[in-house]
Design a protein around this ligand. Structure first.
Ligand SMILES: Nc1ncnc2c1ncn2[C@@H]1O[C@H](COP(=O)(O)OP(=O)(O)O)[C@@H](O)[C@H]1O
Ligand SMILES: O=C(CO)[C@@H](O)[C@H](O)COP(=O)(O)O
Length: 498
């Protein structure tokens, strides 16, 4: 019974699951918090990983390990392998103007042309979340830091590299070998300088860096970029001081994955499945054989972790909208859910447009949230709780419409992420989406996807060409559709006033 570990280094925390490689059965787990903020030093991810691994009973007995993680964050390394500045995360909007500038530059001054060219070249129109815009911001705002950049990594790449034993000479057993960095197609596809559908070097796996775009964004491309591995290719071994004491030479390391591709692998998503993830980000995603190139920017055409495409719409405002509601109302999770369910659908006209951290879809980085329809009758805790819950979900319902506009089939909708545990969120989702909603058992689906990838790498090491292990699918219960069009109609009437 070999064991494998999956890690999710997400925005708010690090979660680790240890699973049986053959059956997928959960054996142990652990988690540890990350600090708040949209720019944090990656050392916090390392510390949280070590703490979560301790809570999971250590990783000495795992035969393979893979890391899923929050996408896009800029980890800039110097030639000594040191982190040059705090990582700028996916939800940091400081590079919004850089995104606009780069769209115009690729379009020879015309925004619409530029937007379509970015979508055609990389699958996505640039917004502040994507890594290349953060590099442009760094070039202009912090030229001294920019001049020191010798390698650019993403959160999951950096953590995998540290687990393999690399890092600054005085902090790691193997030192600062920047050529040892590796990543996968899914996370590379969110950088803005990788085309997941370009003819690749490897048999059967497409994808190539677009160093011309990196040069456009950063002004130079003489930096090391992580090697992009095929879905079941090993990036090396975990340093034995970290994981794999039971295995000769240390546990095999999987390529890792962006968190949304990790969730798709953990859930075993097939075309027709839609995942709605309510973590710090709100994500509506679907796997597809090929990406489309949505010049409107509503849909990102990323890669998944198996060789397919992952189409997704992402909002900056999801679970934290409910955290804000809890703080305003002084309520626990359960109390907030009870309050929301005590008000009627549509909250008697009280509507929250929840751009509390600006917004990415639609692209309104400087927007703030707005509460519409406040009357004496709607000035109750119940109405407020309901309006916050509905507002969070309406932005994602718009995202699902955008996916449908790209002709993505919608056969089953799965609700996951921290806020999916709320009974109010579950019920309101059946009303806002007007669809049956499947609720998988509460779980860490990104970490599970990483663990499944680790098991796949292990199987492929023993039998080249082996497929992903057929772990049993997540058990779901399904809530009936309860369409209440009033909720979205009210939201659509005020959304663009905010
Ligand atoms: N029962 C609940 N109701 C509403 N929100 C919840 C509940 N449980 C957890 N959350 C929220 O879920 C979020 C964490 O979810 P998670 O998917 O782990 O986020 P991330 O992947 O962005 O780190 C937190 O904002 C937390 O407050
Ligand atoms: O930016 C995106 C995807 O494009 C986000 O989904 C991040 O990957 C962060 O995810 P969470 O930590 O909120 O789950």
């Amino acid at each position: 019974m070999p064991l494998v570990a999956g890690v999710d280094t997400s925005t708010q925390s690090c979660k680790i699951v240890v699973r049986d490689a053959d059956t997928g059965a959960l054996v142990r787990s652990g988690s540890a918090k990350h600090p708040d903020g949209t720019a944090i030093h990656p050392d916090h991810w390392w510390d949280a990983f070590l703490a979560a691994a301790r809570e999971a009973g250590g990783l000495d007995d795992v035969a393979a390990l893979a890391v899923g993680g929050q996408q896009h964050g800029l980890v800039a390394l110097d030639a000594e392998g040191r982190v040059i500045r705090d990582a700028i995360l996916w939800n940091d909007t400081r590079s919004a103007q850089a995104a606009e500038d780069l769209i115009h530059e690729l379009g020879d001054g015309d925004r619409e042309t530029g937007a379509q060219r970015w979508a055609d070249s990389t699958g996505s129109v640039l917004v502040a979340s994507l890594t290349i815009t953060k590099l442009r911001w760094l070039r202009d705002a912090e030229p001294d830091h920019a001049a020191r950049v010798a390698a650019v990594a993403l959160p999951h790449d950096w953590l995998s590299w540290r687990i393999a034993g690399y890092g600054p000479a005085d902090e790691s057993p193997l030192g600062p070998d920047l050529d040892a960095l590796f990543t996968d197609r899914s996370d590379a596809s969110g950088t803005g300088y990788y085309d997941a559908e370009a003819p690749g070097d490897d048999e059967g796996t497409t994808g190539a860096y677009r160093r011309d775009l990196l040069r456009l964004g950063f002004g130079r491309d003489d930096v090391a970029l992580p090697r992009v591995l095929a879905p079941a290719e090993s990036g090396g071994v975990a340093h034995p001081s970290v994981a794999g004491g039971a295995v000769d030479g240390g546990a095999l390391l999987g390529p890792g994955t962006g968190d949304n591709a990790g969730a798709a692998l953990g859930l075993g998503m097939q075309p027709g499945d839609i995942a709605i993830s309510l973590g710090t980000s709100g994500v509506v995603s679907a796997v597809a054989p090929r990406r489309t190139a949505d010049g409107s920017g509503a849909i990102n055409g990323f890669a998944d972790a198996t060789g397919n495409a992952l189409m997704l719409a992402v909002t900056l405002n999801a679970a934290r909208v409910l955290d804000a509601a809890r703080s305003v109302l002084g309520a626990s999770f359960d109390e907030l859910a009870d309050l929301a369910l005590a008000a009627p659908p549509g909250s008697d006209g009280l509507v929250l447009v929840p751009y509390l951290e600006g917004e990415r879809t639609p692209n309104r980085p400087d927007a703030t949230g707005t509460l519409h329809g406040i009357r004496l009758a709607t000035s109750t805790r119940e109405h407020l709780a309901r309006a916050y819950t509905e507002g969070m979900l309406c932005g994602l319902a718009d995202g699902l419409d955008a996916l449908r506009a790209q002709e993505v089939p919608v056969e089953r909708v799965l609700l996951i992420g921290g806020a999916a545990q709320s009974p109010a969120v579950q019920q309101v989702a059946t009303q806002v989406f007007g669809l049956p909603i499947s609720i998988p058992e509460p779980g860490e689906y990104v970490a599970d996807g990483a663990a499944r990838q680790a098991a796949w790498v292990l199987a492929a090491a023993e039998a080249p060409g082996a497929g992903a292990p057929a772990w049993s699918a997540a058990v779901s219960r399904t809530l009936d559709a309860d369409p209440r069009p009033v909720v979205r109609e009210q939201y659509a009437a005020v959304r663009d006033l905010a």
